[in-house]
Write a protein that binds this ligand. Structure first.
Ligand SMILES: Cc1ncc(COP(=O)(O)O)c(C=O)c1O
Length: 385
């Protein structure tokens, strides 16, 4: 889909389209309404307080990957704050006890170490809900192979089945089973059904089951009714609350990365060097890896003018992909990458002193508003200048 972006946007810029974000929120609202599940935003995918007031109207809160995200959720989103990490340090747990309402541990050893602190906080009036993340042994990540599969062999995520009997179930309120990544409804329903089949004995001990993120609920083709039916069946069978905590699934296709061609270089092929960079601005392009869609461009050979699109860092592999265009690219042309609101600005770095992209909002009335512009100070402060 082509965004109606003003032509004078300064680049590089991550532009979040408020209307598209609202469209995505409507899916979350439907899931909540029809299934009775709670839906949280995983801020690891998208931490943008400027749009939290609108998201807060639908969602039940946020889920964090550690102290800083928990604090951001507490201070800028409100409602419920959940937090999970593969391991916490003692000072982190101490601070989390003032920030989060729900704390999920990854192992029997972390539980044993921190349960006394959590209980002591409870006695002083700040009651926390304790969860344990299990490894359900369910592989369904649709991208990135083992790199993005929480249940890949030797994964560090979640207590393994053989350790569950020894857990202090009297103190655990939530079973957490995050296993998906960009999964369609078959994956979501498959996970819910597998956990119901294989872990029934433990579900009987808790009040809620959190089926994590990775439910790609706003991806075209995702069968939302199937997810809703699976949640309803699970809730009816076990009488527990169900929680989902998607990140990407709430944000998919709701934003753009707008860049400008700085030069056309020739080395066997035409190479357009952009003012953006895979390495610093869209690291998932290299990590997953994948080739993002570009507005108006086709695959190599589909259109008459072929280009490799590359970043401006020193890293040889800082290449976004190979594309073709109807017309030759020239210096100053705009290149717009699709689906760039999730897992982009939250992961950006200033490697090479590369300027960070603006973060902007395309408002519903078509106006463009820069939320945050970064400068030399953001680079310099991080290296201690
Ligand atoms: C524990 C947990 N919850 C939620 C999420 C969000 O996943 P996604 O953005 O794929 O929906 C992740 C992603 O890594 C995660 O590890």
């Amino acid at each position: 889909m082509s965004p109606k972006l003003p032509t004078d946007i300064e680049t590089p810029a991550v532009v979040v389209d408020v209307a598209l974000l609202e469209r995505n929120m409507a899916t979350a609202a439907r899931i909540k309404r029809e299934s009775g599940a709670k839906v949280l935003l995983a801020t690891k995918a998208f931490a943008l307080p400027a749009v939290f007031p609108m998201m807060r109207e639908v969602l039940d809160g946020t889920t964090a990957s550690g102290e800083y995200e928990a604090r951001l959720g507490r201070e800028t989103f409100g409602k419920e704050v959940h937090v999970y990490a593969p391991a916490f340090s003692e000072p982190e747990v101490r601070r989390l006890l003032t920030l989060a309402d729900h704390i999920y541990f990854n192992s029997a050893s972390q539980l044993a170490r921190f349960l006394p602190m959590v209980k002591a906080a409870g006695k002083q009036g700040s009651a926390k809900h304790v969860g344990i993340r299990i490894n359900p042994g369910y592989s369904n990540a649709t991208v990135g192979g083992a790199l993005y599969d929480p249940c890949a062999p030797c994964s560090r995520f979640g207590a393994t089945r053989d350790t569950l009997d020894e857990m202090p179930w009297d103190d655990i309120e939530i079973l957490h089973a995050h296993a998906l990544c960009e999964s369609m409804a078959d994956g979501s329903a498959g996970l819910i059904e597998k956990v119901g089949r294989d872990f029934a004995k433990y579900i009987g001990r808790v009040k809620a089951v959190n089926f994590g993120g990775g439910h790609f609920i706003n991806k075209p083709g995702y069968d939302v009714a199937r997810l809703i039916a699976a949640i309803k069946a699970f809730r009816e069978k076990f009488g527990v609350e169900v929680i989902l905590e998607p990140g990407g699934g709430l944000i998919v296709d709701a934003g753009w990365l707008v860049s400008t061609v700085l030069d056309i270089h020739r080395n066997e092929k035409d190479i357009a060097i952009l003012d953006t960079s895979a390495s610093t601005h869209t690291p998932d392009v290299l990590e997953v890896p994948y080739t993002p869609r570009v507005v108006g461009a086709g695959k190599p050979g589909e259109k008459p003018h072929g280009y490799i699109l590359g970043g401006k860092t020193c890293m040889t592999g800082d290449v976004i992909g190979e594309y073709s265009f109807d017309r030759p690219l020239k210096v100053g042309d705009r290149v717009v990458f699709e689906d760039m609101a999730q897992y982009t600005f939250v992961k950006n770095t200033t490697f090479n002193g590369t300027p960070l992209p603006d973060i902007g909002l395309l408002e519903k009335d078509g106006t463009y508003r820069v939320i945050r512009r970064f400068g030399y100070e953001d680079f310099a402060r991080r290296v201690g200048a």
